[in-house]
Design a protein around this ligand. Structure first.
Ligand code: ADE
Length: 254
């Protein structure tokens, strides 16, 4: 592997991750490395410290050679906005790609990012996120990268963000929390929205009555079978109300 440049912004790899396999390595290329300061907060921050996740953030401008550190140019064929130049991306990917890399280009024109894709990414050894800005990255960067690595163009949803950074953050968090050792109690990952194709049931804690609103009696009954049945029913009810398209056609088993 070719080492990342010294200017890389993030912690050095090499921390140990006791009891688990190799850390998942995640490289991010962006013109706004400061966006990713949140990776030091909360569970992902702890996972970086423990060595479960080896995350390195790179400033794309480090791979330019002109005085203005230019990363964009006018679109070929005309039109509004600017397009990201291929040369800095090519050099950045030359420095970062390894044999086991999967390269992700967040884009509203990509395939929808789902929990099942997050699960898939959490099993990979090396994720590389390329965060585009402006009208996007010159298409040849994506085509050329496809000739030497697995490439995914992924969309967070049917809306447009100002760039790939927020989308990459969401994908890193969704996949990173599924890496063994990142979330302390793995059982908490099982009963979550989207893990079994349904939305999660509603949760309650003490006090049993708050501002005149009661916790459903079944949850205080101690009857575990009844609680499980109630939760399942709530999952169906909520999914039907909020996201009916997630339910299988009537008659099909889930
Ligand atoms: N970049 C801009 N909008 C986006 C979206 N919806 N998903 C992923 N990347 C994006």
């Amino acid at each position: 592997m070719i080492a990342a440049p010294a200017e890389s912004w993030g912690r050095d790899g090499g921390a140990t991750h006791p009891g688990y396999a190799e850390p998942v390595r995640i490289d991010v290329v962006t013109i706004f490395p400061e966006f990713f300061a949140v990776l030091d907060v909360s569970l992902l921050g702890k996972a970086r410290q423990s060595g479960a996740l080896d995350i390195r953030v790179h400033d794309l401008r480090e791979f330019t050679h002109d005085r203005h550190r230019t990363v964009d140019d006018t679109p070929s064929g005309g039109g509004a906005g600017m397009v990201m130049k291929p040369e800095p991306w090519g050099e950045a990917l030359d420095a970062i790609l390894t044999d086991g890399s999967i390269v992700i280009f967040p884009t509203p024109a990509g395939e929808l990012f789902t929990q099942s894709r997050a699960r898939d990414l959490s099993t990979r050894e090396h994720l590389v996120f390329c965060c585009g800005r402006y009208e996007g990255i010159d298409q040849r960067v994506i085509d050329h990268t496809r000739s030497r690595a697995e490439v995914l163009e992924l969309s967070l949803g049917d809306y447009v963000l100002n760039g790939g950074e927020v989308a990459a953050m969401a994908m890193i968090e969704a996949a990173g929390r599924l890496v063994p050792g990142v979330v302390g109690n793995p059982e908490s990952l099982v009963e979550e929205s989207h893990e079994d194709g349904l939305l999660e049931y509603p949760s309650y804690t003490k006090p049993a009555v708050w501002r005149g609103l009661e916790t459903p009696a079944v949850l205080l009954s101690g009857n575990h079978a009844a609680i499980a049945a109630w939760r399942r029913e709530q999952q169906y009810e909520r999914t039907k109300r909020m996201r009916p398209e997630l339910l299988p056609p009537a008659g099909d088993a889930l």
